[in-house]
Design a protein around this ligand. Structure first.
Ligand code: CU
Length: 442
């Protein structure tokens, strides 16, 4: 079973049509507020907050007016000690995680560079530059710039020609009980919403990461090569053991083989657990592991929908960390793209049961998963059936409420031919992209 690949646009859900004006207003509103990252003020002393994390400085490029007095508020948001030294010799003390310092740069008349002096950190990417320009602004390759966001005016606009909705069909469990995979962690620039290109951080080139599918007791052997400039790791929620032992970090250029046994059924989240996790997850490092509970009913089709949020940074850059910290998403999405399955609906045969697995990657939002016109005749969450199939007199479910980091599935039947919208029943999230549809055909 596949999502439709036809180019014709299907009728958009009525609720969403009505919500377009609100959506546009919401997008405008969401991007009109004050940014936690201040611009360099026009006044005599402009203060810029600079964040230190593993292994970068955010923003990594600041443009100031010639002769401007600049003050940096340097905050260590990382998990290890860092500092910031400028090419003119000024520097902060070594800062413990969570601490900060004020660095008075003084009057800037010539360009300066900056870096972390801890061994290896400069080489690993902890550098920044202060340039002198006619207009005070700062840009960054890390998505934290103020007023430079790659914001789409209309999240529900038709994607460009050649766009395909992310694959949502759940592939069958591969043969055997040992599943070997090879992933290449890499940064990719891709269209994450109509007209919005962002650098995403991926487990294997896509967001969400590959769907893993197995049965209880199966072993997964995943060899990961890290082709990025940052350390990442793999935190599989199904795993047991101290994270330091089982969620081994993979340094830039390194390779590691994760090996685990899926001891428990469920719709599990996996994600990068490298600090700051918020940033690594919001930039795309998450995915779903489906471990079938025993005795699952045969169904006419299965889909996987992973919910998450997008925080647009500048065009081609990664997401805006300030928006992530403020829990202020620009889009709320299934499988990485707003309204993906309104543009290209999922499909189902009329009168036959289908199953949708739902995992909430967040980083902040859960899902109130709902299908309009189709009560759930089975619902499973966190290892337990909320509604068991075949017992309609005991009730059915209307939403599957999935907290961030959790997952489950629903089963339902579309009784008549037509288009059935699905959404997260948090209406603001639905209007930011967390909605789609399923077309039922005879
Ligand atoms: Cu990571």
């Amino acid at each position: 079973m596949r999502s439709t690949r036809s180019g014709s646009r299907v009728p958009v859900a009525a609720g969403v049509l009505l919500g377009v004006a609100i959506l546009v207003a919401a997008v405008l509103y969401a991007n009109s507020g004050t940014q936690p990252h201040a611009r360099v003020a026009a006044g005599p002393a402009g203060t810029v907050t600079v964040w230190l994390t593993e292994m970068r400085v955010t923003p990594n490029s600041i443009t100031v007016t010639k002769g401007q007095h600049v003050v940096l508020r340097v905050v260590n948001e990382g998990t290890m000690r860092h500092d910031l030294r400028l090419s003119d010799g000024k520097q902060t003390a070594l800062l413990a995680p969570g601490s900060s310092a004020v660095l008075d740069v003084g009057t800037v008349t010539a360009p300066l560079s900056g870096w972390c002096t801890v061994a290896g950190h400069r080489m690993a990417g902890m550098t920044m530059a202060i340039t002198v320009g006619p207009q005070a602004e700062h840009r960054t390759g890390d998505g934290a710039a103020a007023g430079k966001d790659a914001v789409s005016p209309d999240l529900a606009a038709a994607p460009g020609a050649g766009w395909h909705a992310p694959e949502a069909a759940l592939e069958p469990v591969p043969p055997g009980t040992v599943h070997r995979l090879s992933w290449r962690m890499r940064d990719v620039v891709s269209e994450v919403a109509p007209g919005v290109r962002q650098q995403v951080w991926t487990f294997d080139g896509g967001v969400p990461g590959p769907v893993l599918h197995g049965r209880v007791g199966d072993t997964f052997v995943i060899t990961v090569r890290n082709d990025t400039a940052m350390t990442h790791n793999l935190d599989l929620h199904v795993e047991s053991g101290p994270p330091a032992d089982v969620m081994t970090p993979v340094a830039p250029g390194g390779t590691h083989t994760y090996r685990f046994r899926a001891r428990y059924a469920g719709a599990w989240l996996y994600h990068c657990g490298t600090m700051p996790m918020l940033q690594h997850m919001a930039n795309g490092m998450y995915g779903a592991l489906i471990v079938d509970p025993p005795n699952l009913a045969a169904v006419a089709g299965q889909y996987v929908l992973v919910g998450s949020e997008l925080f647009f940074g500048p065009d081609g850059a990664s997401g805006d960390y300030a928006k992530m910290r403020a829990d202020r998403p620009d889009a709320v999405v299934f499988n990485g793209y707003p309204f993906a399955y309104q543009h290209q609906p999922l499909t189902a045969p009329v009168g036959e049961r289908i199953r949708i697995w739902v995992v909430a990657a967040g980083p902040d939002r859960g899902l109130a998963f709902h299908v309009v016109g189709a009560p759930f005749t089975a619902a499973y969450l966190g290892g337990a059936y909320l509604v068991r199939p075949g017992e309609p007199a005991r009730g059915a479910a209307q939403t599957l409420t999935v907290a961030p980091g959790d997952g489950g599935f629903v089963e339902f039947t579309l009784d008549r031919a037509g288009t059935y919208p699905f959404l997260s029943h948090d209406m603001a999230d639905a209007e930011l992209g967390a909605s789609g549809s399923i077309t039922a055909t005879d």
